[in-house]
Design a protein around this ligand. Structure first.
Ligand code: HEM
Length: 229
């Protein structure tokens, strides 16, 4: 795999910036004090080897909606199928690991919310209340530009970040092949046969990076301290 080493120059001057860092530490937990203390302890442990390049906290919004107000993840593979979409197969270097695309998008909320719901739905390609795919979705709708039947399956989540004034989503996408993710990005930017993703007129990418996420097994081997059990 390659880092997100070059910005993507899309149609009509649209740019997806590259902000690759060396490593990512992702901490997840229900209590922010625990996450906060753990984050500080990781930074202490890595002192002299690495310093903090960037930090983002995120939270869930109305169970499974992103901050556009739409339900996120409807077309995700089930948890049974997700490993097939996201994990490198057995027998290849990095087996059972995954490739992560992490991209922070700042929403232009006032502009988005000024649209009538049916226009938002045509931009997304799904209904807002219950996430039903539109029969005649426009070819520049978000779900048409990222159609997994065309580009291959990935496993993803949009994580809301920010405060009432300045907010958006952190796109977290896992794939067994980097190409699925990079082609989806090119397609959203209007570089793959067709128009630029209409959603990109209401939200602006601020970061772009890829990371290899090793399997738990291989992390255990690295630790060199196998669990006696
Ligand atoms: C501002 C950023 C984004 C927002 C708010 C957003 C939101 C959504 C929503 C609401 C859906 C429809 C429901 C669902 O199936 O999940 C969707 C579908 C999807 N999105 Fe995004 N998304 C964003 C960025 C991205 C990016 C960067 C990628 C990939 C590189 C991506 C890949 C997909 C895929 C693969 C689907 C399903 C398409 C299909 O129906 O096969 N999204 N997204």
């Amino acid at each position: 795999m390659e880092g997100f080493n070059k910005e993507i120059q899309g149609a009509e001057g649209f740019v997806m910036p590259s902000t690759q860092h060396d490593a990512l530490v992702w901490l997840s937990g229900g209590a922010y004090d625990v996450v906060f203390d753990m984050a500080r302890s990781v930074i202490r442990d890595l002192a002299g080897l690495a310093c903090l390049g960037q930090e983002t906290s995120s939270w869930s919004y109305r169970h499974d909606r992103d901050l556009t107000g739409f339900i996120d993840g409807s077309e995700n593979p089930t948890l049974l199928d997700a490993p097939l979409a996201a994990l490198l197969p057995e027998g290849v270097p990095g087996a059972a690991g995954t490739i992560l695309l992490l991209q922070k998008w700042k929403h232009q909320t006032a502009k988005w919310e000024a649209l009538p719901i049916d226009q938002q739905e045509r931009i997304m390609g799904r209904t807002k209340l219950d996430s039903i795919e539109l029969e005649n979705k426009p070819s520049d709708s978000h779900v048409a530009r990222t159609d997994q039947d065309k580009f291959g399956s990935i496993f993803r989540r949009n994580m809301p970040y920010g405060n009432v004034d300045d907010h958006g989503t952190v796109f977290v996408g896992f794939s067994a092949e980097q190409k699925r993710l990079s082609t989806m990005l090119n397609s959203m930017a209007g570089l793959v046969a067709g128009a630029r993703d209409a959603l990109t007129r209401f939200t602006q990418p601020l970061t772009g990076s890829y990371y290899f996420v090793p399997s738990v097994e291989s992390l255990r081997r690295l630790r060199g301290n196998p669990d006696p059990a």
